[in-house]
Write a protein that binds this ligand. Structure first.
Ligand SMILES: [Fe+2]
Ligand SMILES: [Fe+2]
Length: 146
């Protein structure tokens, strides 16, 4: 198993927790995927990760969260590596895809228990728990410069 979900990862913000469980399930599903399955599923995990990070980034920016910059920087680093690896996978080189899944799983465990934990604490303290802030639609995200 690439990453084992445990109760310590529950942040009490419903949409974050759901997204994190989905992400862990996707990461783990790659463990038993053959090369064809890995290639076919790779775009899905990239898209899921983009949406996951974009939502947190948008909340942080909208609510003037003090640690937004460092948190978003971490997201951006992962997305850049994912995009580069996705190009390799698309050309049929699945080795880097497998390495990425393993490394992102390790990174995510740490990220969820530190940066996402702090963000969730802020959301609760600012009255946005457990539903989380309302999501802004795609047009609004675009006009906000994303
Ligand atoms: Fe997250
Ligand atoms: Fe995050």
């Amino acid at each position: 198993m690439a990453i084992q979900w445990h109760s310590g990862m529950v942040l009490g913000i419903e949409s974050m927790d759901l997204t994190h469980r989905e992400f862990i399930d996707q990461l783990n599903a790659f463990e038993t995927a053959n090369d064809g399955e890995l290639s076919a599923r790779f775009p899905d995990i990239v898209e899921h990760t983009v949406n996951h990070f974009r939502r947190e980034d948008e909340w942080m920016r909208r609510l003037d969260y003090a640690h937004a910059e460092a948190h978003t920087e971490e997201h951006d680093k992962v997305l850049k590596v994912m995009a580069a690896v996705a190009r390799c996978v698309d050309k049929g080189d699945t080795r880097f895809g497998r390495i990425l899944i393993r490394e992102v799983a390790k990174w995510f465990h740490e990220h969820a228990l530190t940066m996402d934990y702090m963000l969730a604490g802020f959301l609760h303290a600012s009255g946005h728990g457990p539903a989380g802030p309302a999501d802004v639609g795609g047009d609004a995200l675009d006009s906000a410069g994303r």
